[in-house]
Design a protein around this ligand. Structure first.
Ligand SMILES: NC(=O)c1ccc[n+]([C@@H]2O[C@H](COP(=O)([O-])OP(=O)(O)OC[C@H]3O[C@@H](n4cnc5c(N)ncnc54)[C@H](OP(=O)(O)O)[C@@H]3O)[C@@H](O)[C@H]2O)c1
Length: 308
């Protein structure tokens, strides 16, 4: 495929959705520890538009996207256990393109019964695993509040905490209460109806996937020495001390957590939910704007890039 060009979405300057430009780029060539995949679907995450807006930095120009599912088309010589034709998913930088390269070890075999769209969303499960278990040390019998139980990260967190034997309380809009209950939450609080603090008893852990005033309001629902896990922002340290609790940054991204959620996916113990699929690279701006609007939804947003 050397010298061939492929369609990709490129960002040359930070800014609004108009910065997402569809253009032809040379097909990437994998290094010896990398593989080339034909991208079937790319997850669309809040980090995609946060980087595009310059809120988080990335060298320019770049192709957006951090995760994908696809089919391997070339394998570097030192990659072990992967071959051309394998259907895979995992961390893929620059996934808003018809072909992309990834580290061989960052890709996992897609189970047959999981669609390419579903598999392209598993970074949310990895984030949830890292926060709950690697950072939070969640164990059976603990009480946990998960904010945005219907969200891209939250819907995985509810399933993981339930599987671990925790007592799960989650926040969601009224229309998502049945959905979040079906994932394993014992109590689902309609956060629009009344402040969540007034609708629950104290918990050992809060997992905050929302940010804003939700972060510091969460200190009030922790039992003494309980733990607030943060992936959006940290609370004021003085308020944490005053509340006699802990607050930890939980935005870790380890390969080990991806292995853990992959095992659960293979066993059918967690399921990704796709909120909305945008068909084609031309829809990248629309998909990011949909994510940025933060509207009600269940699960994750996906850009379908190639048809089977
Ligand atoms: N640091 C890291 O490593 C890391 C990794 C992944 C994500 N993140 C961050 O985590 C955040 C969540 O990501 P995501 O992919 O889960 O986002 P998302 O799917 O876009 O979240 C949308 C959900 O948020 C819920 N929501 C909105 N306002 C709420 C509130 N006040 N209380 C409770 N729920 C509320 C909505 O629930 P309803 O529809 O039920 O209203 C909706 O389902 C983003 O800011 C993202 O950048 C950080």
């Amino acid at each position: 495929m050397k010298n061939l060009h492929i369609p990709a979405v490129c960002v040359h300057a930070y800014g609004g959705p108009e910065q997402l430009q569809l253009q032809e780029v040379p097909v990437p060539v994998p290094a010896e520890d990398q593989v080339l995949i034909k991208v079937m679907a790319s997850g669309v995450n809040p980090i995609d538009w946060k980087i595009r807006e310059g809120f988080m930095k990335h060298p320019l120009p770049y192709i957006p996207g951090v995760e994908a599912s696809g089919i391997i088309t070339a394998v570097g010589e030192s990659v072990f256990g992967k071959k051309v034709g394998d259907e895979v998913y995992g961390s893929v930088d620059g996934s808003y393109a018809t072909y992309a390269i990834a580290q061989g070890e960052s890709l996992f075999r897609k189970p047959h019964e999981v669609s390419f769209e579903e598999a392209a969303t598993m970074a949310g499960a990895r984030t949830a695993w890292g926060a709950l278990f690697d950072v939070g040390g969640l164990v059976k019998g603990q009480r946990i509040l998960i904010h945005a139980g219907a969200g891209g990260v939250g819907h995985f967190a509810v399933q993981l905490a339930y599987n671990a034997g925790a007592y799960v309380i989650a926040t969601a809009s009224a229309e998502n209460i049945d959905f979040v209950t079906s994932l394993g939450a014992s109590e689902v609080i309609d956060y629009r109806e009344a402040p969540f603090e007034t609708q629950m008893d104290p918990v050992d852990i809060v997992f905050d996937t929302v940010g804003g005033d939700t972060t510091e309001r969460s200190l009030a629902v922790l039992r003494p020495e309980g733990t607030l896990l943060c992936i959006v922002q940290m609370p004021d340290p003085g308020k944490v001390t005053e509340a006699n609790v802990n607050a930890l940054w939980a935005g870790t991204k380890t390969l080990t957590s991806m292995h853990e959620v992959h095992k659960l996916l293979e066993k059918g113990l967690i399921r990704p939910y796709v909120r909305k699929v945008f068909h084609s690279l031309e829809a990248a701006a629309e998909a990011q704007e949909y994510s940025r609007s933060g509207g009600s939804g269940r699960g994750k947003i996906v850009l379908k890039i190639s048809e089977e």
